[in-house]
Write a protein that binds this ligand. Structure first.
Ligand code: ZN
Length: 664
């Protein structure tokens, strides 16, 4: 019996092997196609639609997860063999004419007109989704939409290849040791290893983030910083690394043009209105107003920070000097070593404290489960129960340490989306690549790693505490500019003295973080916060300008440079072409296009929502329960702006974000 065929709450990770993948997925694809026919023929196609792909979803979730945490060449091959078939099937659903007719037929019935609440929203969103995929276009329009999608897929794929190739085409090898002055020993060792790996002598620097950032932050020799800066910011242009073969100029103009045409074809004013229609901002105009407001509130402090930095450096700064002098200024002002915090953050204590804090706050009980099959002996499994009713809400796995067969970064994922109201528990997981235990000590984390655990646990609770009857509207399946609220808000508890004292205790002595260390950590947090904010705002401005305003004539890179210039702490060189390597906007058909503002939007939401805990108590259970009921439990069952208002009693206010960043 193939262990991937049936949805099993205790996923038999120990019995699933690569040879199960293809036969199971083929069978489940056939099953889903059969169910699609049944859905089309059904009296109530909407209800059938929600569970149509449940078994396929589950099997793919499990396989995709295993490929990311316990990969082998055989598993990767099996995954790559099924992945294109599966994504082709999923993308065929909103293009299926029979299904579209069945949904329309149902929408005109008495029953459908009488729908309320979540089911009503589900019907509306389903109809919108079909329309967004061109269901209402005539045959000529449908054919053109198809062509646009193919062209966009090609152009965006080529765009990322150019960025990658151009990035890799650069290297700078230094052979005189005295030119390395300023670099930390770890960066020097990495540069040495990089040279050795290429059979070279000396120290090799590249445009990969760790190498590039170390040089821009620490290296004393300004001419080397300039060389790297110029190479980095001319990637994928004719005068950049690798030359004209990797030029993204024409591709960017083409991608923006195609997106505009797609939006117009589907009846939208521009691409931003098309993308944002089902997000919290709703229109490009509102996203722009949001960015304008934040910019206006950040600008004075931004100028002040830059003035202070120039005074500190006692000279005018070039673009490649800013990071370097900012680091010197930071060290002079704060004398804060992040490593000093590690002994206060042993992983076991931190996660136990986190379960305790949010257990009380949200009315849940987190307990470790034994003998649950998993993919690695270090993985732990936990159950979550409701404290007052005792109801079992679901389980999750936690897999925190790096391994060679596991991908990088930290993430949360859903394996089973249930509905505890109907006695169907949820199953999810959180993963990371945290500092592992060494030298017989427990795993001692950085403060940033502690924030990461809290962040992912927030996403997880959004999934596990969900009480939504419609699967596709449950848990974290919410608008892109809302999904980071439940995760980011959790990080606030990593900065409050009261909550830190519950989980930050020295691993040997049990002592809390000393007050002077805590104060330094708080102060260092807001260093050059206006610059960090302006940088993000600048990217958001360029993104919206391209997808709302750009007319298609002239040089798209020059156009974007003119905008970015206003957000830069130092003059941008005339060949600056950051846009040519802006993968957030151009590495996929949509990606972050018209959505870059979401980073700031989500920060406004989390800082603002946290003010209720701030004012009414960071351990206030009544506020915690309200937050659970009005946000965490609701998934996408209602407009996120409504959910937010139901918790806060008003719309989001950026003031809390500005306060947290020390900008007011
Ligand atoms: Zn997140």
């Amino acid at each position: 019996m193939n262990p991937l065929l049936e949805v099993q709450f205790r996923v038999p990770f120990d019995k699933i092997h690569p040879e199960h993948v293809e036969p199971a997925i083929d069978e489940l694809l056939a099953d889903a196609a059969r169910r699609m026919e049944e859905t089309i023929a059904s009296e109530r196609p909407l209800h059938a639609l929600d569970t149509m792909t449940e078994r396929l979803d589950y099997a793919m979730n499990v396989v995709r997860h295993m490929e990311s945490v316990a990969t082998t060449p055989a598993l990767r091959a099996a995954y790559n063999a099924v992945q294109p078939k599966v994504s082709a099937f999923y993308s065929s659903i909103p293009l299926n004419e029979g299904l579209w007719k069945a949904i329309q037929r149902y929408a005109s019935t008495e029953e459908a007109r009488a729908l309320a609440g979540t089911m009503k929203r589900f019907l509306t969103k389903t109809i919108d989704s079909f329309k967004r995929h061109g269901a209402e276009l005539d045959p000529v329009g449908k054919a053109r939409l198809q062509e646009i999608n193919v062209a966009l897929a090609e152009a965006t794929t080529k765009f990322s290849e150019n960025v990658l190739d151009s990035t890799n085409a650069f290297e700078l090898v230094i052979t005189e040791e005295e030119r390395l002055k300023g670099l930390p020993p770890a960066a020097i060792a990495a540069a040495r290893a990089s040279a050795e790996a290429k059979g070279q002598t000396g120290w090799r620097f590249t445009l990969q983030a760790p190498s590039y950032i170390a040089v821009m932050t620490y290296l004393d020799d300004a001419s080397i910083r300039e060389a790297l800066y110029r190479a980095f910011n001319t990637r994928a242009t004719p005068c950049g690394p690798g030359g004209a073969v990797h030029d993204n100029h024409q591709l960017i103009a083409r991608i923006v043009e195609l997106r505009k045409e797609e939006a117009k074809l589907l009846g939208f004013r521009d691409f931003s209105d098309f993308v944002l229609e089902d997000r919290m901002a709703h229109t490009g105009e509102r996203a722009q107003v949001f960015l304008d407001d934040l910019r206006q509130k950040t600008e004075a402090r931004f100028r002040e920070e830059n003035h202070n930095l120039e005074a500190f450096a006692a000279r005018e700064l070039a673009a490649w000097d800013v990071g370097y002098f900012a680091e010197k200024q930071r060290a002079a002002l704060y004398d804060f070593d992040e490593e000093a915090l590690r002994p206060y953050f042993p992983l076991e204590r931190v996660s136990a404290g986190m379960f305790d804090i949010f257990g009380r706050l949200f009315g849940i009980r987190v307990s470790e489960e034994q003998n649950v099959p998993s993919w690695d002996p270090h993985v732990k499994s936990y159950a979550i129960h409701d404290s007052s009713s005792g109801a079992f809400l679901g389980s999750f796995y936690a897999d925190w340490f790096p391994r060679e067969n596991k991908r990088g970064g930290a993430w949360m994922d859903a394996l089973i989306t249930g509905d505890p109201g109907a006695n169907r528990p949820h199953l999810g997981l959180i993963c990371g690549n945290l500092t592992p235990p060494v030298d017989g000590k427990p795993a001692l984390l950085t403060h940033r790693e502690v924030e990461t655990i809290f962040h992912e646990f927030g996403h997880l609770l959004h999934h596990l505490l969900s009480r939504v009857e419609v699967r596709s509207l449950a848990g974290t399946s919410v608008a892109w500019d809302f999904v980071e609220l439940p995760s980011q808000i959790m990080e606030n508890w990593c900065w409050e003295r009261e909550s830190l004292d519950l989980f930050a205790q020295h691993w040997e002595t049990g002592a809390p973080i000393p007050d002077d260390l805590f104060q330094k950590m708080k102060r260092a947090k807001t260093f050059r916060a206006a610059n960090a904010q302006m940088r993000q705002l600048g990217f958001g401005f360029v993104d919206l300008a391209l997808h709302r305003k750009w007319g298609g004539s002239g040089d798209v890179i020059e156009y974007s440079r003119e905008i970015l210039r206003q957000f830069s702490p130092a003059p941008l060189p005339s060949d600056h072409a950051m846009l040519a390597a802006f993968t957030h906007l151009f590495a996929g058909p949509v990606g972050y296009a018209a959505g870059y503002y979401s980073y700031k939007w989500a920060e406004v939401l989390d800082a603002d929502a946290f003010t209720r805990f701030r004012k009414e108590g960071v351990f206030n259970e009544q506020v915690g329960h309200e937050y659970r009921d009005k946000i965490l439990a609701r998934g996408d069952s209602e407009d996120p702006a409504e959910l937010y208002r139901s918790f806060m009693g008003r719309d989001p206010d950026p003031r809390a974000l500005l306060e947290r960043a020390g900008l007011v």
